[in-house]
Design a binder for this molecule. Structure first.
Ligand code: SF4
Ligand code: SF4
Length: 347
């Protein structure tokens, strides 16, 4: 979580110097970079002289997994004589390079959840120790609709450092004190940007805001706040007939964050771990008594949309969607949140 610096400063870094900078950062930080393997890009741990790409549309998996891992040991215990418990909280300093504006916004949304009522130290510790280097979009995918949610694909002041591609170099916009310190630690890689480069970056950023083929008017989503009116809308039944209940939309979603907690025991020791779960599964709400408040697909798919567009807004004041487009792209039966919003708001 970043404390914004009102004095934004601008530098340039040549693309040819990025790998050397990463090699140096590797000595001091746990580094995560986008890596392409078999045409899929995902964030991976960086090793010296390792592969990385900053030429990609977006990662398959959102960066939420670097803060809320798919499976995470919370603590281990041993009860041979006295019970002893060891918490597993990650404390290393980390950097994520190449995070897109939609995905960095999703982290600010997840922050609301994990600092609410009972602070989640496992998530928050990682968040506080992680410096974010964002990367502007110049060419959104056909599934992206971040601008419908008032996210600017060409500019991001919520990250510590933000890169705009200027062909042979990046404009480096420094938003926070933490970002300033990093630049100061590695001055040999950066040169001050002039007005020309800043103007060029603005010109590059502008078209990115207009290249969207899907979306909606955010104001129209206010209809979702009238829960009684749309709770029994026929669209839920129609979606339930198509949806396979596979949960891909929730696993790949930047903002979905449901998890299950399990104890795993061997003879004298064990661990408590959590792993991603999904509201699209029957077992997610199945109770020990056998009662399930969401027994059918209709209730489960309704929950997914109502949680994002209504219940989350009531609790935290923002929609739990950043328009990353992953659910549109990967749903095997083409269920599309923008069309669902359109169906309901057009009536
Ligand atoms: S609902 Fe879809 S578009 Fe919105 S954040 Fe989740 S995966 Fe991205
Ligand atoms: S990805 Fe599509 S089919 Fe799978 S649960 Fe989500 S909406 Fe249903």
């Amino acid at each position: 979580m970043n404390s914004n610096n009102p004095e934004r400063t601008y530098f340039l870094i040549k693309k040819s110097k990025v790998q050397s900078l990463l090699n140096n950062l590797y000595n001091e930080y746990k580094l995560f970079v986008p890596v392409e393997e078999e045409e899929v890009v995902d964030f991976r741990r960086y090793e010296v002289d390792g592969n990385f790409t900053l030429e990609f549309t977006n990662t398959l998996l959102p960066p939420k997994g670097l803060f809320l891992p798919q499976q995470e040991t919370l603590f281990t215990f041993n009860y041979e004589r006295d019970i002893s418990i060891e918490e597993k909280i990650e404390v290393s300093r980390r950097i994520i390079v190449g995070i897109r504006p939609c995905d960095s916004k999703s982290l600010t949304i997840l922050d609301e959840v994990f600092k609410d009522v009972n602070e989640d130290v496992y998530y928050l510790q990682k968040r506080n120790n992680t410096l974010l280097i964002g990367l502007g979009c110049t060419n959104p995918q056909i599934y992206c609709f971040c601008s419908s949610l008032e996210i600017d694909p060409g500019k991001d002041i919520s990250v510590d450092i933000f890169l705009t591609d200027l062909e042979d170099s990046y404009l480096v916009s420094v938003n926070t004190e933490r970002g300033q310190l990093l630049i100061k630690d590695f001055p040999e890689y950066f040169e001050k940007a002039g007005e020309d480069e800043i103007t060029r970056a603005l010109e590059i950023q502008s078209p990115a805001r207009e290249g969207f083929s899907v979306g909606f008017d955010k104001k129209d989503t206010e209809v979702f706040m009238d829960v009684e009116k749309i709770f029994e809308h026929p669209v839920w039944e129609e979606l339930a007939e198509t949806c396979l209940g596979c949960g891909i939309c929730t696993y790949l979603c930047s903002t979905c964050h449901c998890f299950d907690i399990t104890d795993e025991l061997t003879k004298n020791e064990g661990r408590r771990f959590r792993c991603w779960d999904s509201c699209q599964f029957f077992s997610f709400t199945n109770m020990a008594s056998g009662h399930n408040p969401r027994p059918d697909r209709k209730e489960r798919i309704r929950q997914r949309f109502m949680h994002k567009l209504s219940y989350f807004v009531s609790r935290y004041g923002c929609i739990a969607c950043v328009g990353c487009g992953r659910c549109l792209k990967y749903c095997p039966v083409d269920i599309d949140i923008t069309r669902v919003i359109g169906t309901i708001t057009n009536e």
